[in-house]
Design a protein around this ligand. Structure first.
Ligand code: CTP
Ligand code: ZN
Length: 151
């Protein structure tokens, strides 16, 4: 297996590895890190020993909390989170889908209160994991179409 370094190692921060190829930008969107001021490197479509092709995201100088990171299980269920300090991986774990999803998705039901212009933010309960199935807390509409409904 070739070890090619496409993007520099980072001194400190969080590396999200093993993102299914094509989904890195969705992970960026879910984490809401575009406007955060953090330095972010996005590596797309590199070859991986285990998954053919993959994407990688490197967020410098930020240690993302488990809560922040678990949301990305919606679009990157097999992702690995690496916490980097002094250039070393000091923590490595998978992502786990949380029981509830906050305001990163809109409800697909047009009649839902969350789509009515009222100041009510969408929230979903996770009612199925493989495939992911979400139920709106307000109107009980269920959907498996995560990507379609990302805000
Ligand atoms: N990484 C980085 N900066 C560092 C250390 C690691 O950007 N200072 C990145 C690596 O490029 C890799 C990820 O963090 O994408 C995980 O690093 P490491 O555990 O060293 O790689 P692997 O052993 O290949 O990981 P795994 O076993 O999880 O596949
Ligand atoms: Zn709803």
């Amino acid at each position: 297996m070739g070890r090619e370094l496409k993007v520099s190692s980072i001194e400190r921060g969080t590396v999200i590895d093993h993102i299914r190829a094509g989904n890195a930008l969705k992970v960026v969107r879910i984490l809401g890190i575009e406007g955060s001021g953090a330095t972010v490197s996005i590596v797309m479509n590199v070859s991986s020993g285990t998954m053919g092709r993959k994407d990688i995201l490197k967020v410098e100088d930020r240690t993302l909390s488990r809560e922040e990171v678990d949301k990305i299980a919606l679009v990157a269920p097999g992702a690995t989170i690496n916490i980097i300090e002094d250039f070393e991986v000091v923590e490595k774990h998978g992502v786990e889908l949380p029981g509830e999803i906050g305001t990163i998705l809109g409800c697909p039901n047009e009649g839902c209160v969350t789509n009515s212009g009222e100041p009510v933010s969408p929230r979903f309960t996770v009612v199925g994991r493989e495939p992911v199935r979400l139920r709106c807390v307000y109107c009980e509409e269920e959907t498996e179409d995560v990507e379609e409904n990302l805000l």
